[in-house]
Design a protein around this ligand. Structure first.
Ligand code: BG6
Length: 468
């Protein structure tokens, strides 16, 4: 069914699983800082799933599961507590141990360098991504990682979901600005992340023998609500300004014309320097990592004198924002929703994969896809048939895309184990492995394979044949 070297994997990120937030010299991160502000509402990063102390046991369970790949992130602040400058040897040691343990168990490590957890020292020193000094810090940090781990890690993601992260103020430390000031700063921060990508992807090619590098994007597939041409165009713009501009820039080494046009029209063009535009051309892309959870539906939203072209509609969720003159997101009545409002749509994944392959002709890998819900532990077991149905439907969609001619070389479900979800802590669980803790009681953190773990084990053992 799937090619014999298809990568069956699972995913996680540092701040969501590791815990040990200040152990062995690790510095505070933006993810820690934001999670501590919400400690009274949900679990924070202090213990999380405690991978920091359980990694051997966890990797043994990955081996038992049959994983061919494990996609995880390195915590920048564990390697460089101040964001730049001094390297923390204990951080290097920890990731060396994790990588060695994976390799020993024939699991290929697939590393993300930056998953929402900017070292907080860089916010204090440089105002984070607002400054080019953070670009330099990132390049320095990535060099340390390529040099220390590049002998064993051959697949690298530079940054997780830059296209989504940039929309969320707290993740990029826009704490005080609002309205147009925030929008203009967002474009500059995004630009700095593009520069960081370009420089460190080039370094990866230079420093890691046979190293492959790519961006990870949060996929946006938008359906027009009707066949009115303006609704169809609204869906194209929603894809473009939430995701496509990001892949276009990485892959082509320059901003697409439609993005520059939008920046001018909205008054957000920051006057990129010629030197910076040259740096973008360094960008290397061997593959594109796709994180996929849902689709969106849109219709045209007219602008007028009080709501000019490019103005964002106020008061809505910034991730799915609406913009005058471009689009408005509406509900798709044809799709079921998770209890957290994500519309479940496996066919959307087939569409995304076809679109990205046909546009960019780069091999694709899914690095996140999964169902977040409140699982229940019953007599020591978790019967998550709903998760099995979800993953199964998405794997069938991937297979359909492969049959359409798309080059998809792996699937990493989100997530290997229950972890800290952004706004629901441990109430919303994604894992194949249950972590026995609640938001406010860490209990014994026992690892318990769910039904989905055993099902996925069969899928991997049969190379996908057992799905049908
Ligand atoms: C992805 C992120 O966007 O969505 C993950 O890369 C995140 O870090 C996942 O956990 C699910 O979102 P949430 O909000 O349910 O945690």
């Amino acid at each position: 069914m799937f090619s014999k070297d298809f990568y069956w994997g699972a995913s996680s990120s540092a701040f969501q699983i590791e815990g040990g937030w200040d152990e062995d010299g690790k510095g505070l991160t933006v993810a820690d800082y934001n999670s501590f502000k919400r400690s009274h509402l949900q679990a924070d990063t202090k213990v999380a799933s405690d991978f920091y102390h359980h990694y051997k046991e966890d990797i043994a369970m990955m081996k038992e599961l049959g994983l061919k790949m494990y996609r995880f992130s390195i915590s920048w602040a564990r390697i460089m507590p101040n964001g730049d400058g001094k390297v923390n040897q204990k951080g290097i040691d920890f990731y060396n141990d994790v990588i060695d343990e994976l390799v020993k168990n024939n699991i290929e490590p697939f590393v993300t360098l930056y998953h929402f957890d900017l070292p907080f020292a860089l916010v204090e020193k440089y105002n984070g991504w607002a400054s080019k000094k953070t670009v330099a810090a990132f390049v320095e940090y990535s060099k340390v990682c390529f040099e220390h781990f590049g002998d064993r890690v051959k697949k690298w993601q530079i940054c997780n979901e830059q296209n989504l992260m940039i929309r969320v103020n707290e993740r990029i430390n826009i704490y005080n600005l609002q309205g147009e000031d925030a929008e203009k700063l967002r474009v500059i921060m995004d630009h700095h992340m593009f520069l960081a990508y370009a420089k460190s992807s080039k370094l990866c090619k230079e420093l890691v023998q046979d190293g492959l590098v790519g961006p990870s994007i949060s996929a946006t597939v938008t359906y027009p609500l009707t066949n009115k041409p303006e609704d169809v165009m609204s869906a194209i713009w929603n894809n473009r300004l939430k995701t496509d501009y990001c892949i276009d820039t990485h892959v082509n080494g320059e901003y697409p014309k439609y993005y520059i046009k939008y920046l001018h029209e909205s008054g957000r063009y920051p006057d990129f320097s010629e030197d910076d535009l040259e740096v973008l051309k360094l960008s290397a892309v061997d593959f594109i990592s796709v994180n996929y959870y849902r689709t969106l539906t849109s219709r045209f939203l007219a602008s007028d004198d009080s709501n000019p072209l490019g103005k964002k509609v106020e008061g809505m969720n910034i991730v799915d924002y609406n913009m005058y003159g471009y689009w408005e997101i509406v509900k798709n009545d044809n799709l079921m929703e998770t209890e957290y409002g994500a519309q479940i749509d496996p066919t959307g994944l087939r569409i995304a994969l076809n679109n990205y392959w046909n546009t960019y002709k780069k091999p694709l890998i899914i690095t996140e896809n999964g169902l977040g819900t409140a699982d229940v532990l019953e007599e020591g077991q978790v019967h998550d048939g709903y998760r099995i149905e979800y993953i199964k439907a998405h794997l069938l969609a991937i297979h359909a895309a492969v049959n359409d001619g798309v080059d998809v070389f792996g699937y990493n479900c989100w997530s290997i184990m229950d972890l800290l979800s952004s706004h629901q802590g441990f109430k919303k669980r994604y894992g194949l492995i249950f972590i026995d803790r609640t938001d406010f009681d860490v209990k014994d953190l026992k690892r318990i394979p769910k039904d989905s773990y055993y099902w996925y084990q069969q899928v991997i053992a049969s190379n996908g044949a057992s799905i049908e």
